[in-house]
Design a protein. Structure first.
Lengths: 184, 184
């Protein structure tokens, strides 16, 4: 951010009164421009013993497989965002049964929220952002061609939890760059 | 948003290629300025049969009681944000045991995430944004002086769930303005 989106003046980095961190502030109109994490809402679409995945037709990770997910929009709920993304990417309709995984990615200021749900029909197919959409059993999942760590972890949790039939909400932070000395 | 934060030119509302909704776009440098919901992370701090609440020293809802919560910052996890806010507002330290309530407020583009946790000590007290911090049993809670519907709902869920000892994640969307004809 270089310019104030309210008045067009050049912004400066400063700690506002009562705050404890640097923000982009406008010396002309005094607007403080906060920057905060974004939510990525998605689904784990299920049918019998299989999971629906999409092969990405867009960067990043073109050609890799993912659960349908994308940036939550203003004016919608997290569940509506998850269902909208599933429709846009996979033409998939489902009945959600709750939040399943919650991942914070502090290095890139993203929070993933993946909801578990049952497909209500099998008329799915690739939307404009997907090359292919298909159902996979645990053995069939292309584990080496998954797009993002959050998708791998969600699938790993799911197949582990399925053994017990218990699906507690799984929440964790994921770091790409580990602090020095802490290994991989 | 009136000006491009990258180059300072006046922005326009337009539907970018491949998109389906209006965004603020810059006709000069082509930046698309997405606007997305913000996360408010907070805690339900518990000690024996009591819950910690803060009396707000800031607007909105000055003088009303709330659970400690605030905007999640870049560079932190949702749990870190919840714990930071509890420290800032109530000087409270706790051990979290998971997400408890998740509220979408589509009309104001906010998502509340409240984590349940046990206080690890009773050395709490008002931070700069609180007038007072105290523990309340269910009967003592100032139900008519709660700051926000999400706090009331979290407390209602908690005292109801406490009867069974089961605390599933509660997720729902809250609207202030009901669609016409649907009553209060």
């Amino acid at each position: 951010m270089k310019f104030c989106s309210q008045c067009g003046a050049a912004v400066a980095l400063a700690i506002p009164a009562g705050d404890d961190r640097h923000r982009h502030v406008c010396p002309s109109c005094d607007t403080i421009h906060y920057q905060n994490p974004n939510i990525i809402a998605g689904c784990l679409p299920l049918h019998e013993d299989r999971v629906l995945l999409c092969k990405r037709a867009i960067e990043p990770r073109y050609g890799y497989w993912t659960l349908p997910a994308g940036f939550m929009e203003n004016g919608e709920s997290t569940e509506e965002g998850a269902l909208r993304e599933s429709w846009e990417e996979a033409r998939a309709r489902m009945k959600l049964d709750g939040l399943y995984t919650l991942f914070s990615l502090p290095e890139i200021n993203q929070v993933y929220m993946i909801f578990k749900g049952e497909l209500t029909d099998l008329d799915f197919g690739p939307g404009p952002e997907s090359l292919e959409v298909a159902l996979f059993t645990e053995d069939e999942i292309p584990w080496d061609e998954l797009a993002f760590p959050v998708m791998r972890k969600t699938l790993e949790y799911y197949f582990a939890d399925r053994k017990s039939g218990n699906f507690p909400v799984r929440s964790e932070a994921i770091y790409r760059k580990r602090p020095a000395g802490q290994g991989q």
